[in-house]
Design a protein around this ligand. Structure first.
Ligand SMILES: Cc1cc2nc3c(=O)[nH]c(=O)nc-3n(C[C@H](O)[C@H](O)[C@H](O)COP(=O)(O)OP(=O)(O)OC[C@H]3O[C@@H](n4cnc5c(N)ncnc54)[C@H](O)[C@@H]3O)c2cc1C
Length: 286
């Protein structure tokens, strides 16, 4: 494959590489599990790859607890997420990683790559949207701007990132203290492993000691142009008693989730099937 690679080791070198190449055609590379297959399909002439894999900046490479939440560096891998003690309290994220590809792919595929590739089927991206995470974007002038992940994806394979920007980290803000957590990731595919979702649902719902739902985050994957936060479904749940939800409540919740789905029919499943399966899994989580 014919492209030139630049491998910055410090953030200063990275910012300089971005500035120097503004007028040229460049892409970032992290774990390369999306980029290489993409370039194999269609090589881009004169491409420069700014390789992030050698970068030694803990803001990019670590997962750590901070005052405002848990910060996940864009270059942390799926394996790093699975083994991190702070992230175990988010089953939605852990299950999304467990459903992800193979052990080998997980050890190189990065969280940042999953978000920036902006696939509607991005499993970890879907879980992070449900968790209300916020992207932290590094601009070539050294400043950081933040964008909630609910607004990060602008279309199939497109994001809010500008040419002089890259994703540095994502922040999962501290959650309200909860008595009970209902959190998980459901991925429907045609096979049990190495599967791209036909439809997926990420959910993270908390209650107080009386069973009252105090926070709700749900997101859907593979059923629209982008991963979507199902806001009205979340709002519907707030304030209700988790243990006293009627059949009608569960169906209204599922109807609300479906409002965010606009699936296509393709070789793997029809739009009708994706709708049905999404409605069923949405109802089933409550
Ligand atoms: C066999 C196989 C199975 C897979 N299974 C799954 C699966 O089950 N679920 C799933 O969600 N995905 C799956 N994927 C897709 C892929 O592994 C993930 O999307 C992965 O997280 C991408 O991360 P990466 O580090 O490899 O990204 P890369 O390939 O390095 O980059 C992907 C894109 O993001 C950009 N990018 C990377 N990092 C940054 C950054 N910090 N800032 C700005 N732009 C950046 C790159 O320029 C590129 O456009 C699979 C891929 C393969 C090959």
């Amino acid at each position: 494959m014919d492209f030139r690679t630049i491998s910055p080791q410090t953030t200063e070198e990275l910012l300089e590489a971005i500035k120097q190449n503004q007028g040229k055609h460049f892409r970032f590379g992290a774990g390369y599990t999306d980029l290489i297959p993409e370039l194999e399909m269609q090589m881009e002439n004169g491409l420069i790859v700014i390789n992030l894999a050698k970068l030694k900046d803990s803001n990019f490479t670590s997962i750590f607890l901070s005052e405002d939440g848990i910060r996940i560096g864009a270059l942390t891998t799926m394996t790093d997420v699975l083994s991190n003690k702070h992230l175990q309290k988010f089953p939605v994220l852990i299950e999304a990683v467990e459903s992800f590809a193979s052990v080998q792919i997980r050890s190189v595929a990065t969280v940042g790559g999953n978000l920036c590739t902006a696939s509607p089927a991005g499993d970890v991206s879907c879980a992070l949207v449900a968790l209300g995470a916020v992207s932290e974007i590094l601009i070539a002038n050294g400043q950081i701007r933040t964008v909630p992940l609910t607004e990060f994806f602008t279309g199939v394979k497109t994001t809010v990132l500008k040419k002089n920007e890259l994703l540095r980290s994502v922040l999962i803000p501290h959650q309200k203290s909860a008595e009970r957590i209902l959190s998980g990731f459901i991925k429907i595919g045609n096979r049990n492993s190495m599967e791209i979702a036909l439809a997926s649902l990420a959910y993270h719902i908390t209650t107080d000691k009386n069973g009252i739902i105090t926070s709700a985050g749900t997101a859907v994957g593979s059923v629209a142009e982008t991963i979507r936060y199902t806001e009205s479904a979340c709002e519907f749940l707030l304030g209700k008693n988790m243990d006293q939800l009627s059949e009608e409540d569960k169906e209204t919740f599922a109807d609300n989730v479906l409002k965010y789905a606009n699936p296509i029919s393709d070789i793997r499943a029809s739009a009708w099937y994706r709708h049905q399966v999404l409605w069923n899994i949405s109802k089933s989580i409550l």
